[in-house]
Design a protein. Structure first.
Length: 193
């Protein structure tokens, strides 16, 4: 008879997850969802902090099979805040193409996030995210109607499309953190006494 734990572990590890770079994004073509997406962006630091504080700290820096640890996932979200802010500035400046991302994620690989206190990563992410939301909200009605080409997707985007892209990227990594936490929890022997 298989235990419920081994069944949960097998199910947790066996599901397929779409890679971020394989995602496609259709333009929203409207600013009607701008306020709702701003709420998502503003709430990400709270959601992230809540999630992290319900995970055993002993699991934060475990890197399964060379993948990023939970703490590196948090650090990666922080690492990309300057890119997102820069892209909002690209809209303000009327750039035709948004600045490119480093598709190798070198900053995250080199940052040593596992050696940084989780509270510092979370606090800094919260501060930088406030600046990002503030920048989005500072766009004039005319600037919110500007389009710029996303350099990797080769898709024209409005600022609301970029905001949606960022919110989806946040959720992609929050889901990764949940999977990692579940996998760690399911692989840790349970004390039955």
């Amino acid at each position: 008879m298989r235990s419920a734990l081994s069944s949960r572990k097998r199910n947790s590890c066996s599901h397929k997850v779409q890679r971020w770079f394989d995602r496609k994004f259709e333009p929203l073509n409207t600013n009607l969802s701008f306020e709702g997406i701003m709420e998502r962006l503003a709430d990400t630091p709270l959601r992230l902090s809540h999630k992290i504080h319900h995970i055993d700290p002993a699991h934060w820096t475990l890197s399964p099979e060379g993948a990023w640890s939970i703490q590196e996932q948090v650090g990666h979200l922080l690492d990309l805040e300057p890119l997102w802010l820069g892209r909002v500035q690209d809209f303000k400046a009327g750039q035709e193409t948004l600045r490119p991302a480093d598709l190798s994620n070198r900053k995250t690989h080199d940052a040593g996030h596992n050696d940084t206190a989780m509270t510092l990563l979370l606090d800094e992410f919260g501060l930088q995210r406030k600046e990002l939301v503030k920048a989005f909200l500072s766009l004039s009605p005319e600037e919110r109607e500007r389009t710029a080409l996303h350099p990797r997707l080769r898709t024209p985007m409005l600022p609301v499309d970029l905001a949606y892209f960022v919110a989806e990227h946040d959720d992609h990594h929050l889901a990764s953190i949940t999977r990692l936490a579940d996998d760690h929890r399911n692989s840790t022997p349970q004390n039955t006494h």
